[in-house]
Design a protein around this ligand. Structure first.
Ligand code: 1GP
Length: 248
């Protein structure tokens, strides 16, 4: 596989992207290859593997290997900590939780993981990560000051800072399982100020929500919980992917 950053940039020239998130926490390892195959059939553009709690060590490695077995999509690690670094993925979101109160989540975990990323020849995708209310598990674990939903300017200021610090991507995260996605007004204000691609995730479960976040300015839409809960993953995901790509 070529560089994942080139793959993403190339696809963004012609449209918006959908990334599926698989969290090794709670995933049944024996079905992951089929889950990954269904995600690919649904038209998703990449698979992220990660989570805040148990996406580490062997559980993480086995999950990534199973995803690779089931699909040819790029696999990007979405690390909850330095211990999520695995040699089996194609790339890793090398992310800093910019609105954490704890420097560990802003630079120290990154320093602890950096040598492994280099040793495994993983492609780092530098990303600013912003936790927006409610923030859910990641907000609590990462000791974030979640950005208030009614304060889009704060998100825009952080996103601009991410761009000025040289990050290639910015992620607006409401938290996995959030009752509502990041507000449209916040996405559009971030869109108005940054040039880098914007990922939006957390609480996106319907095609209407997916198309709203894209219309507001998201470039890449992430869904996770929907996949965990779906009886038929392809049927559940396809309408979301079509909405992201403006086909419905
Ligand atoms: C979580 O943004 C992702 O980090 C996905 O959120 O599980 O709510 O889809 P959901």
């Amino acid at each position: 596989m070529g560089r994942v950053s080139d793959y993403i940039a190339g696809k963004l020239v012609t449209g918006k992207l959908h990334f599926a998130l698989i969290d090794p926490d709670g995933a049944d390892i024996s079905t992951i290859d089929r889950v990954a195959a269904a995600i690919q059939r649904a038209g998703c553009d990449a698979i992220m593997v990660g989570g805040s709690t148990s996406a580490v060590g062997q559980a993480n490695d086995l999950t990534i290997q199973a995803v690779k077995k089931g699909s040819t999509l790029p696999v990007i690690i979405f690390p909850g900590n330095w211990s999520a670094v695995s040699p089996h993925a194609d790339a890793i979101f090398f992310m800093s939780i910019l609105n954490s109160r704890n420097p560990y989540f802003i630079t120290k975990a990154q320093a602890l993981g950096a040598y492994s990323v280099k040793m495994f020849n993983l492609e780092p995708l530098p990303m600013g990560y912003l936790v927006v209310e409610p923030g859910e598990t990641v907000g609590w674990i990462a000791e974030a000051d979640p950005i208030p939903r009614r304060k889009p300017k704060i998100a825009a200021a952080y996103a601009l800072a991410a761009q000025f610090m040289g990050m290639d991507l910015v992620y607006l995260e409401a938290g996995s399982g959030a009752s509502e996605p990041v507000p449209d007004s916040m996405i559009s204000m971030v869109r108005a100020v940054v040039d880098i691609p914007i990922l939006v995730g957390g609480g996106i479960r319907t095609p209407e929500q997916a198309s709203r976040v894209v219309r507001a300015g998201a470039d890449i839409v992430v869904t996770g919980t929907l996949i965990e809960r779906a009886e038929n993953i392809e049927e559940a995901l396809s309408p979301i992917v079509r909405a992201v790509k403006g086909e419905s």
